[in-house]
Ligand binder design. Sequence first.
Ligand code: ZN
Length: 158
Amino acid sequence: MALRKVRTIGDEILYKKCKPVKEMTPRLSQLVDDMFETMYENCGVGLAAPQVGILKQIVVIDVEDGDQYLLINPEILEEDGSQTGQEGCLSVPGKSGQVTRPNWVKVKALDENMEEYILEAEGMLARAICHECDHLKGELYVSRVEGELQDVSDLEED
Ligand code: ZN
């Protein structure tokens, strides 16, 4: 495994649409391993492939609920409710902002064997799925922030 460089806001790759994965290859399998390692190293709860410079529809998530999630070609089928809370992103270091997301989502995705599965998620996991799926469309959470983007250090002082 290897750490990958995380692209940050302003890098044009973060604003491009990602292509679906057609087949799992050794290279993509390596990418998935590297994405998990890079996410953990940076204390993130999710990472999308474009954040490490790869325009493929691959997302990894670990919101510390005891599971690791790999979502290939994810598609949000249904959403319900809403939650408003602070959100951050490894591509926007040191910043945080208030974003409203659905409180529940039902998502269809492929696993590491390219087999389809359905995941129903709420709360933090639902938020992470929405955030990461935005990355695959070339969207950053900063465009959804209500009010001002804040410095994380300022928040900790409050
Ligand atoms: Zn992000």
